[in-house]
Design a protein around this ligand. Structure first.
Ligand SMILES: Nc1ncnc2c1ncn2[C@@H]1O[C@H](COP(=O)(O)OP(=O)(O)OP(=O)(O)O)[C@@H](O)[C@H]1O
Ligand SMILES: [Mg+2]
Length: 248
């Protein structure tokens, strides 16, 4: 996935908000990147454009070498369903559906048989540190942190090639956040899943291979993380040190 000089201007009545001011970024298969920056700096806007939920005002979005920024809504939705899993900042669960039906949603347009859907939903929920007792409930019957784990399950259930996550641990306690970080690391390594996550948490950002800093709609720095300060290795009873390092 590649962005070339992407600008985004929102128009609200008479006012215009320049949310992105020339962002260029390339994600290769198997990359694991984090985006950090102040509130209002354009992080969610960037994720929405990479996730094909929104289109740039100017610039290009290339998916597998093909410009997808001018495709219609339906074509973008099809690509999104096939390739991309999205964890929204506000979860975006469908409140009239059960947790089971929410997680199952991405599998429906693909015609996955019911038995296989059931297996995948359970797998995704358990991977996302969820509990099967939630399956028959409605999202609003769950806590914020539980809803966030359902949102993560829904994002991974379709085995996407690209996982986009906006503050994926924002509602979680440290121990659960650490387990989610371990899940992301595992999916990145074992499934070659490309991940881009937005976070305010330096300990989560340090789990990525690259950290992008965004400010006022521009990427202002690209940094190496300090992997030994990744929450997956610093928090939780089952924490283990990164490869090649001794436990302190
Ligand atoms: N749909 C919209 N309509 C109008 N303005 C918007 C819209 N979405 C975002 N903006 C504006 O664009 C700018 C960037 O917003 P964005 O949501 O991308 O920030 P963010 O970095 O994700 O912030 P946060 O950390 O608070 O989530 C802000 O000034 C915001 O007010
Ligand atoms: Mg945001």
């Amino acid at each position: 996935m590649e962005l070339v000089d992407v600008h985004k201007v929102y128009r609200v009545g008479e006012t215009r908000v320049h949310a992105l001011r020339g962002v260029s970024l390339r994600l290769r298969r198997g990359d694991f990147a984090a985006v950090m920056g102040p509130s209002g700096s354009g992080k969610s806007t960037l994720l929405n454009i990479i996730g094909l939920l929104d289109v740039p005002t100017r610039g290009k979005v290339l998916l597998l070498g093909r410009d997808v920024s001018r495709l219609g809504d339906r074509a973008r939705a099809r690509l999104r369903n096939r390739f991309i899993g999205f964890v929204f900042q506000q979860f975006n669960l469908v409140n009239r559906l059960t947790v089971y039906e929410n997680i199952e949603l991405p599998l429906i347009p693909r015609g996955v048989p019911r038995r296989e859907r059931r297996r995948l939903v359970l797998w995704a929920l358990l991977e996302a540190e969820g509990d099967p007792s939630w399956l028959a409930k409605k999202p609003l019957q769950l806590s914020g942190g539980q809803q966030q784990r359902v949102a993560i399950a829904r994002a991974i259930v379709g085995k996407p090639r690209l996982l986009l996550a906006d503050e994926p641990t924002g509602a979680l306690d440290r121990a659960t956040a650490a387990r989610i970080a371990r899940l992301f690391i595992q999916l990145n390594r074992e499934e070659d899943l490309t991940i881009l996550m937005v976070t305010h948490d330096p300990e989560l950002a340090n789990c990525a291979d690259t950290i992008y800093r965004i400010r006022d709609g521009r990427i202002v720095a690209r940094e190496e993380p300090r992997r030994e300060r990744c929450i997956a290795f610093t928090t939780g009873s089952d924490a283990s040190p990164p490869e090649g390092r001794e436990e302190p």
